[in-house]
Write a protein that binds this ligand. Structure first.
Ligand SMILES: Cc1cc2nc3c(=O)[nH]c(=O)nc-3n(C[C@H](O)[C@H](O)[C@H](O)COP(=O)(O)OP(=O)(O)OC[C@H]3O[C@@H](n4cnc5c(N)ncnc54)[C@H](O)[C@@H]3O)c2cc1C
Length: 641
């Protein structure tokens, strides 16, 4: 089979042209002063390409041909431990041997010190071969880097400048075990009665008189939850007053077992079972119980939700790459099948509707990749700049202020793109896999071809790491709150988009501007409905007063229309974000112009139609919901009397 990196022209374009590696290399290698650092940016990028080629070759030869075995590789619980199928064990052993688990971990902790973005790009290739392998791989390096990041944030890592390196870190055992491939971690949030609604979490953490922490409760659907290192979200503060809901949650690192003096494993948690799922069959999805399990509090009490977001942002970008991998596999299977299947005198790829379907699939995958790579790039730069500020702060205050500003800039870009790529990638992967089945006709519905597996595997992307609806709500709230905080940027952006539509120098530029305008109109409409007459009152007043006026809203009732249209708004925001990315790429490299044209062909009309739906529908359903709520409130009041 062809190397999964070499045969992917779009992925290679990013590595060779699209990604600005310099800041990532400089931040990862401490300005090339780290011990054994590459001597130049070019050398580092050359090394990254070699690594991608090595992993791409391994995946093509050792994983992709085993897709059917992996699909049948259900893990089981035997004597209280999860037993993986032989194929999973063999594949994971091969990956550990390549050193992939330590790819991003600093050299001084047993890794290779590559950027996290490298792990994400590898994940695309793993996912193209088998998504359950990808999921399991992510919970190695991803968790090791989260552990390091938490230790740095809470101030429990030491750093020396000559040469620049970490000399000690609180979670060293966890990080080095994972880097060596000996163990892995997981992110334990979901409970039987709390999924999207994290405020309903009931697992709790308590402290004994000596200050030791213990966690009690059950977590379900935990990917790779059969490993040793669990980041667990648990309640430590009363669920009332100032610590109600998300504010009373803390994060813990809970080892699932320890070792006694004789080196014997002593389990301090219980595996309750492994799920039997529609897809992702090689990946263990575990229910696990904690019964006064010894735990380490991460950071401060009550900061659990904040810490979880750090882990989750990277994980959501990770789902973006998983979605690309499965979509790429489905698309390629469809292209190959369509090229050899004759119908009515020609192969089906030359029939107009199939040709269009294939072209749309390709464009959508490229959109997913653009958003995922750029979100991953911005997120990593923001996180590593934060690390630099802590460990290698520049002497001058002006330079420190510049770094703080850069952290905000990159953080904001990542925050904008991440829910959108998860929203779009998850839904599109399902869509693309379904269309790949359609291209295969009856063969696609049968198990002889892998496309039905791709659909089963893809179906989880809109669900885990925050559902499609939760991503849409996040994108909506972030956009509207952003405008409330800085209305002047919104009004000037709106005016610029209007002007750009008129003065655009080319059809391409006009297309991009039209989508931007649809975005501003949609946001403006929702905002005006949200703030009611407040928007009109804003004119002629200072921005400080606008903010106060806007913030006088009751989120539950006033956000109703915006919540109803959150999915549609996410569609327009995605159309605009991707148009902007492809526009920038086309400026940098004219060969990307055709990709921009393909995107504009669909996105210009889609965004204007979606805008129309936002501005003209919804009131009927909202009245119905409000009436139902009033009836429920009245019934409750009557019962309380
Ligand atoms: C294979 C797999 C692996 C997983 N891995 C992990 C893991 O490693 N760690 C972990 O902690 N969890 C994991 N999960 C759990 C996953 O994150 C949850 O299933 C997900 O967050 C949804 O929660 P839920 O299942 O309780 O659904 P619910 O929250 O009950 O949601 C049901 C439906 O209601 C919608 N909904 C809920 N609230 C709203 C709202 N306010 N507005 C609009 N719609 C809403 C949702 O979008 C969804 O469509 C995994 C799940 C699966 C299937």
């Amino acid at each position: 089979m062809a190397n999964f990196y070499d045969d992917n022209a779009d992925l290679r374009w990013y590595v060779e042209t699209g990604i600005d590696w310099e800041p990532l290399v400089r931040l990862s290698e401490h300005d090339l002063k780290a011990e054994d650092a590459p001597e130049s940016i070019e050398e580092a990028v050359g090394l990254y390409k070699d690594l991608l080629t090595m992993v791409g070759g391994f995946i093509a030869d050792e994983i992709a041909p085993r897709w059917r075995e992996l699909d049948e590789a259900h893990p089981h619980v035997v004597d209280g431990e999860v037993e993986e199928a032989a194929v999973t064990q063999e594949v994971m052993a091969g990956i550990a041997e390549l050193g992939v688990h330590g790819l991003c971990v600093p050299r001084e902790l047993g890794g290779m010190n590559a950027p996290l973005l490298m792990l994400q790009m590898n994940n695309e290739m793993f996912s193209r071969a088998d998504v359950s392998v990808c999921a399991h791989v992510s919970f190695h390096g991803g968790i090791a880097m989260a552990a390091l990041s938490y230790s740095i944030r809470e101030g429990s890592s030491e750093f020396t400048l000559d040469p620049p390196q970490i000399t000690s870190t609180r979670f060293e055992e966890c990080i080095t075990e994972i880097a060596s491939g000996e163990s892995w971690g997981s992110m334990d949030i979901t409970e039987p009665d709390a999924g999207s609604d994290m405020a309903a979490l009931r697992t709790y953490g308590e402290q004994d008189d000596d200050g030791n922490w213990f966690v009690t409760g059950q977590k379900i659907y935990i990917t790779s939850g059969h490993g040793r290192w669990h980041f667990v979200i648990a309640r430590t503060e009363p669920d009332e007053g100032k610590t109600a809901g998300l504010k009373g949650l803390s994060m813990f690192l809970v080892p699932a077992w320890s070792y006694d003096d004789a080196g014997e494993k002593v389990r301090t948690t219980t595996i309750d079972g492994v799920e039997h799922k529609l897809g992702h069959n090689g990946s263990a999805t575990v229910a696990i119980s904690f019964e006064k399990s010894p735990a380490m509090l991460v950071g401060e009490r009550g900061d659990g939700f904040k810490h979880m977001l750090v882990l989750m942002n990277n994980a959501r970008v990770g789902v973006g790459f998983e979605s690309i991998g499965v979509s790429e596999a489905a698309y390629r299977a469809a292209v190959d099948y369509a090229a050899q299947r004759p119908s009515m005198g020609k192969t089906i790829d030359r029939h107009e509707m199939i040709a269009e379907m294939l072209e749309d699939m390709q464009t959508e995958i490229q959109a997913m990749r653009a958003m995922s790579i750029m979100a991953g790039w911005h997120e990593e730069i923001a996180q590593k700049l934060d690390m630099r500020l802590r460990f290698m702060p520049p002497e001058s205050e002006a330079e420190q202020a510049q770094i703080t500003k850069d952290i905000k800039h990159h953080g904001a870009k990542a925050r904008l793109l991440t829910p959108l790529l998860k929203w779009y990638g998850g839904e599109k992967a399902v869509d693309i896999a379904r269309r790949a089945i359609q291209v295969h006709g009856g063969s696609g519905y049968c198990k002889d071809y892998p496309v039905e597996k791709y659909l089963r595997d893809a179906m989880v992307f809109p669900i885990y790491e925050g559902t499609t609806q939760i991503q849409a709500l996040m994108a909506m709230k972030d956009s509207l709150m952003g405008i409330m905080k800085d209305p002047s940027a919104f009004f000037s952006g709106f005016a610029k988009a209007q002007w750009d539509v008129i003065r655009a120098g080319s059809e391409r530029e006009r297309g991009v501007a039209k989508i931007q305008l649809a975005k501003f109109k949609a946001l403006g409409f929702l905002l005006s409905r949200l703030a009611g007459s407040k928007l009109g009152q804003l004119r002629g007043q200072s921005p400080a007063q606008w903010k106060a006026l806007f913030l006088q809203v009751d989120p539950k009732r006033d956000f109703a229309l915006a919540m109803l249209h959150a999915d549609r708004l996410a569609s327009i925001l995605t159309d605009a974000a991707v148009a902007e990315l492809f526009w920038t790429q086309a400026q940098q490299d004219p060969s990307r112009g055709e990709l921009l044209d393909r995107w504009l062909d669909r996105a210009v009309l889609r965004s204007t139609q979606t805008l129309e739906q936002i501005t003209t529908t919804g009131d009927r359903l909202l009245s119905k919901l409000a009436a139902a709520q009033d009836a429920a409130d009245a019934a409750e009041a009557k019962a309380a009397k």
